[in-house]
Each structure stands twice: as structure tokens, then as C-alpha cells.
Design a protein around this ligand. Structure first.
Ligand SMILES: NC(=O)c1ccc[n+]([C@@H]2O[C@H](COP(=O)([O-])OP(=O)(O)OC[C@H]3O[C@@H](n4cnc5c(N)ncnc54)[C@H](OP(=O)(O)O)[C@@H]3O)[C@@H](O)[C@H]2O)c1
Length: 293
């Protein structure tokens, strides 16, 4: 039995059908089963929340592999970014060990480090450390930007493209190696199927190194709404978004912590080599989104 967290997210939605096609029995830890769509009748459901450790301890019964994808790029009413991504992952590893699971698969993020300027990346580094120090067999996959046609970043850019210029946090010079979500999901399945040492780590990157500004241009073109970008200094974005969050901008606008992610470099010196070692040749973003670079 596999316990999957984050099944309703971008990566989870691409991974779950692959696990089921392989004949795996899957239990999904979810806050709202309706968000699983038609897959909800093909899986066991465990209601749970990263902010509620007893809920995921219960979900571990009879599980041999945990695939932990769930994350939050913003503070939630029941938990901060640090609690939901760092401490909860540490507790998840602990619960898996206590429940007798054999293997823990964790999605980190390229560039996570304890000294990172972003709270999210610091929390991911804490989680990676808990995974690496556990007695379980572990696989950490650290992706660069994962994207899909119409994902939430593209949806945000589409909304912003109603303006004559699209505001962008910082210089736009931060670099990413975008990997298509279907390629990332294929890598996770392949990593689980390959022979591995007790603690394996793969960096998942696409074939191109692009600036965040370039990625935004490509996504805007793919949405049929090319617009010039307006680079806004990060202190200004930070102040404006913190204020709007306090005023209750809801989920329409990113929080400052989310906007900051668009100004963070996420590259691997291995490029797409780790993905290729898993038998996956990641596709260029232009090919996936159908635009000419
Ligand atoms: N997307 C990227 O560019 C990227 C880059 C690097 C690393 N990663 C990593 O890859 C993994 C998957 O990312 P993703 O893009 O698929 O994330 P996502 O689309 O934001 O989905 C997040 C998932 O976590 C769940 N979740 C959020 N808060 C929760 C809570 N309090 N309790 C239980 N579940 C909760 C969400 O469930 P609901 O449906 O209930 O909201 C959703 O299923 C994450 O660990 C992420 O850090 C992603």
C-alpha cells in the first residue's frame, strides 16, 4: 500500500494515474476528497491535514511506501510555511518509521538550503534533512520549476495580462530549468522502480536554462496574451503584497512568499542528466506549450 499526500496538486494529479496504472494500491491523504475528481473511487481515502499530525499517523496503517508531495507555499490558518513544509514533513517521516513503512519518497525543491532567503526553501531544507537522517529507504527528488499548460502560474499571468504591462517581482534574471509535470511524474515512478542505495537524491530539471522573465514571456505567448514585463523592485512587491494580504486579497493574488519564489534561481549543475539517468528525456517548454522560442 502506498500513502500519497498532495494527490490533488499539480504533481499529484500527474502521478496518481501512473501509480494506479502500475497496479499499486494507493491511499490518498486529502483535506477534501472531492478534489480528487474521478480518481476518488479508485483509491482509499484518508482525511487528513499537514497541520494535524494524528490524522497522518492514522493514515500510515499498513503502508509500505509514503510519497510525500503535499506542500504549501503560503501560511494557512492552521499552520505556517515552516510548520506545513518543514515540521510536518519531519513528523511524517517519524510516523512512517513508527508505522513500519519501508520507504519514503519526498519532493523537495532545487536550491533548498537552511540559509535560503525564502522561508519555503528553508523549510524544505529542514524536511530534506529529516528524510536523509531517517532509518528508512528514502528517495528525494528536487525539481526546478514544474509546469503544465494552464497551471496556476499561467493562470495568474493570464489574469495579470489584462493590464497593459505584466508586473514581475525583481529583475526577472533568476534562472530555472523548467520541467513538464508529466516528465517529473515519470521520473518519480522511474526512481521508485530503479535499484537504489538507502538514501537516493535526484535533481529534476528540464533541458533548458531560462530566466524567469523568459519563462513568463513563453507562458504569456502560449496563453495568446503577449505583454511587456514591468520589473518591480522586490522591496516594493514585498510591501504591496504584505499589505494586500493583510487586507484580505484572498487567493487571487500571490502572497509575498509566493511572489518571492518567482525571483529565486532553481538550477542543477547536472541539467537534465538525472532525469535521463531515470530513462526520461524532459521536453523543452516551447514544445510542451507549443510556442517558438
Ligand atoms: N510546482 C513546482 O514548480 C515545484 C517546484 C519544486 C518543488 N515542488 C514540490 O513538488 C511537490 C508537489 O508540488 P505541486 O506543484 O504539485 O504542489 P501544489 O500543486 O501546490 O499542490 C499542493 C498539494 O498539497 C496539498 N496540501 C496543501 N496544504 C495541505 C495541508 N495543510 N494538508 C494536507 N494537504 C495539503 C494540496 O491539497 P489541497 O487540494 O487540499 O489544496 C495539494 O494536493 C511539493 O512538495 C513541492 O514543494 C514543486
Amino acid at each position: 500500500m502506498v500513502l500519497l499526500t498532495g494527490a490533488t496538486g499539480l504533481v499529484g494529479q500527474a502521478l496518481l494515474p501512473r501509480l494506479l496504472a502500475e497496479g499499486q494500491q494507493v491511499r490518498c491523504l486529502v483535506r477534501d476528497p472531492r478534489r480528487l475528481g474521478e480518481q476518488r473511487v479508485r483509491v482509499q481515502i484518508a482525511l487528513g491535514d499537514l497541520a494535524d499530525p494524528p490524522s497522518f499517523r492514522n493514515a500510515m496503517r499498513g503502508v509500505d511506501t509514503v510519497i510525500h508531495l503535499a506542500c504549501s507555499t503560503r501560511d494557512q490558518p492552521r499552520g505556517s510555511i515552516e510548520e506545513l513544509n518543514g515540521i510536518a514533513s519531519w513528523r511524517m517521516v517519524d510516523a512512517a518509521q513508527r508505522a513500519g513503512a519501508k520507504r519514503f519518497v519526498f519532493l523537495s525543491a532545487l536550491g533548498a538550503s537552511p540559509h535560503h532567503r525564502s522561508r519555503f526553501f528553508r523549510a524544505k531544507a529542514l524536511a530534506e534533512r529529516a528524510v536523509a537522517e531517517s532509518a528508512l529507504d528514502t528517495i528525494v527528488l528536487a525539481p526546478s520549476l514544474v509546469y503544465a499548460n494552464g497551471d496556476r502560474w499561467m493562470a495568474l499571468l493570464r489574469r495579470l495580462s489584462l493590464l497593459p504591462v505584466v508586473p514581475m517581482c525583481g529583475s526577472g534574471r533568476a534562472q530555472v530549468q523548467p520541467i513538464w509535470v508529466e516528465d517529473a511524474a515519470e521520473c518519480i515512478v522511474a526512481a521508485m522502480g530503479s535499484a537504489y542505495t538507502q538514501h537516493e537524491r535526484f535533481e529534476l530539471a528540464g533541458p533548458e536554462t531560462l530566466t524567469c522573465a523568459r519563462v513568463a514571456h513563453v507562458m504569456l505567448r502560449a496563453s495568446g496574451r503577449s505583454r511587456p514585463l514591468l520589473r518591480v523592485p522586490t522591496p516594493l512587491v514585498s510591501r504591496a503584497l504584505r499589505l494586500l494580504t493583510r487586507l484580505g486579497s484572498g487567493s487571487l493574488l500571490p502572497t509575498w512568499d509566493e511572489a518571492e519564489l518567482a525571483a529565486v534561481t532553481m538550477t542543477s549543475r547536472h541539467g537534465s542528466a538525472h532525469a535521463e539517468s531515470l530513462g526520461v528525456s524532459p521536453r523543452p517548454i516551447s514544445a510542451v506549450l507549443g510556442v517558438v522560442l
